[in-house]
Design a protein around this ligand. Sequence first.
Ligand code: FAD
Length: 292
Amino acid sequence: MSRQTPKISFEFFPPKTLDASFRLWETAQALAPLGPEYVSVTYGAGGTTRKLTHEAVTTINRQFGLNVAAHLTCVEATREETMKIVQDYADAGIREIVALRGDAPKGSDGFTAHQDGFNNSVELIEAIAARGDMTIRVGAYPEPHPDSPDTDADVAWLKRKIEAGASSAITQFFFDADTFFRFRDKCAAAGIDAPIVPGILPIQSWAGTKRFAAMCNTTVPDWAHEAFDLAALDGADAERQLATGICVDLCEKLIAGGVDRLHFYTLNRPELTRDVCAALGVRPKAGLEAVA
Ligand code: FAD
């Protein structure tokens, strides 16, 4: 029996320098031919990339003809300002939003709503859904979110987000396929039937991944520490091969467990994601290069 090829999507972040703009362009150019369902562009912590995100979203949509989902958070903005951003996307022909509560800007402690802003992600989702013209995706947490007492609380809150108008969820990254399956089963038991898509982080830098995992509450297994410590002795090529192997293995386990969609956190670097996709049977399709 032939293995199912997953549907894929990619996350990018908005570039802040000219150099970074070229890198994003090259990444989009390298990955667009793989035919993603959509690509998404993040919104800087504390709402710091409002204009840059808008430019990246609309440029990628225009130049590559890709369906683009714009991330949006509730942080540091009034309801009116936040909904103006949604309107600007609608005016530019964008029809997908990844709606998030967001985190406090660097240096502050915990999320505090703007006095005239949305208090949480559910309020934001409700307001976007009321427009009736946007597909809404949301974040989900297979391991407890740092603000959450346990996974049951995350599942209950995710249910609220879906009921508020979201149609699918993308998870935080994780190392262990069983972590995802346990979460998926809990969501199903809670009556959540919207697709929950695993967020996959190809490991570009082990040091960076460990830092990110600590911030997100993602468990880093002992075997990963040991494997990267050993690979480091053999240099960058060995680390890259290890990262590819780990990512392919995780994706294959997820697919074997019934997952049919994968969302890759590319960090604006195409190579690892492209190699992992190739190993999963996702190959370039003719005619999907940049249109300008
Ligand atoms: P929520 O799901 O609303 O909350 C997270 C958890 O906190 C919930 O599961 C629940 O347990 C608890 N919680 C929160 N509010 C309540 C409440 N009122 N009542 C009960 N429980 C509550 N951040 C950015 O700044 N920019 C981005 O572009 C960005 N993109 C992301 C993309 C994905 C796929 C993911 C998973 C995360 C992303 N983040 C981004 C990070 C995100 O902003 C943080 O994780 C933030 O702390 C939570 O946002 P959320 O909308 O997922 O939170």
